[in-house]
Write a protein that binds this ligand. Structure first.
Ligand code: NAP
Length: 332
């Protein structure tokens, strides 16, 4: 395929030539300015067999430098850039219309934002922004790309969810809800899509060292939490934050680890937990239909065990990482 793609948005107007060769799969990824999206884009573009042409999208091209640098020689060959804001109908349409024949073989919905804090201190508007990005942003993309995939009887839609789409985490109430919503949506849609030979896969990372983590820590430190009582604010800042930093330090994966999970396997699967540590945690939830087991376990881990939690997490890390392997799906 030799397509011209119109790039517009945020006052920026430029054109890029897309050079996907015959037989190459067109992979469109959202949120490639940093983190997991950036690494997925680079790894796919560097595929030794050059099986993919990657359209790496971001909402602001001023943030492209890290990606362009990491892509190196692949930039302009197996990787091109386009503007895309998942919260904007027009931006999504323009991007997909700019692709030759609107042909996308693999859609990777990666763009997402986090939100932490006591619920009573977060304005509803801020919560809506999370759903607008993490939930409606993905649906907006799928609505634009899926009909063509169904017509062609082929395609792969990948959604970067989170382990928090399977298990709620204290003070991440709204973020977890947005990912749970996505999981329910995908579970429902995957069945219908099979009839059209379109595959849907969820990637469920635990903590990953990206700007996401830095933004979260910054956000907690700066938050004044208006509307929340002092006891709750104390739990948030002095119990949740240190535990959260601990968890990121001990269990955090790199964006490359997550990207590899997606790329290195032979056959796509529906659910893909990238971090083996979380397999028993999710199993615990489903082992007890009353839900009390996991609620109580998390309660004791956070509020009763204090510093012991660090020891427990370290022990669990060593217990699980040797015997459980990451699952992988490849975008094909
Ligand atoms: N890091 C973790 O611990 C973790 C764990 C589980 C799941 N995840 C999920 O992984 C995905 C990627 O996150 P990350 O860790 O790589 O964080 P990140 O480094 O903050 O990357 C998020 C990306 O999403 C983009 N984005 C945000 N709003 C957007 C919008 N409206 N339209 C288009 N792009 C938008 C950001 O672009 P800008 O540069 O313009 O802001 C950025 O490129 C998210 O869906 C997140 O929920 C992350």
């Amino acid at each position: 395929m030799d397509g011209i793609m119109q790039i517009t948005g945020g006052g920026q107007k430029s054109r890029t030539r897309m050079m996907a060769s015959p037989g190459q799969k067109v992979v469109l990824i959202t949120g490639c300015s940093s983190g997991i999206g950036l690494r997925m884009a680079v790894m796919l573009a560097h595929d030794e067999q050059k099986r993919y042409h990657v359209i790496a999208t971001m909402r602001d091209l001023k943030r492209k430098d890290k990606l362009v640098e990491a892509a190196g020689d692949a930039y302009g060959k197996t990787l091109s850039l386009a503007v895309l804001d998942v919260c904007n109908d027009e931006s999504v349409k323009q991007c997909i219309n700019g692709i030759k024949d609107r042909h996308v073989d693999v859609l990777i919905n990666n763009a997402g934002i986090g939100l932490v804090g006591p619920v009573e201190s977060i304005p509803i508007e801020e919560m809506k922004k999370v759903f607008e990005t993490n939930f409606f942003g993905v649906i907006r993309m799928i609505k634009e790309v899926m009909p063509d995939m169904k017509k062609r009887q082929g395609g792969h839609i990948i959604v970067v969810s989170s382990v928090m789409g399977l298990q709620g985490v204290v003070f991440n109430d709204v973020y977890a809800a947005s990912k749970f919503a996505m999981e329910g949506f995908c579970e429902s849609l995957a069945v219908q899509l099979l009839k059209f030979n379109v595959t849907l896969s969820l990637i469920e990372p635990g903590p990953v060292h990206t700007e996401f983590e830095a933004k979260m820590i910054q956000e907690v430190k700066q938050k004044e939490c208006p509307g929340a009582d002092p006891e709750t604010v104390n739990y948030f800042k002095n119990v949740y934050l240190p535990s959260s930093i601990d968890i990121f330090t001990l269990l955090g994966q790199t964006p490359d680890d997550v990207a590899r999970v997606m790329i290195e396997a032979k056959r796509p699967r529906f659910r893909n937990l990238t971090n083996p540590f979380y397999t028993p945690i999710v199993a615990l939830k489903y082992a007890d239909e009353t839900g009390s087991l996991s609620v109580n376990a998390f309660y004791h881990m956070l509020f009763s065990m204090g510093p012991l939690m660090h020891v427990c997490i370290t022990a669990m890390k060593y217990l699980t990482c040797g015997c459980l392997r990451s699952r992988a799906i490849s975008p094909n």
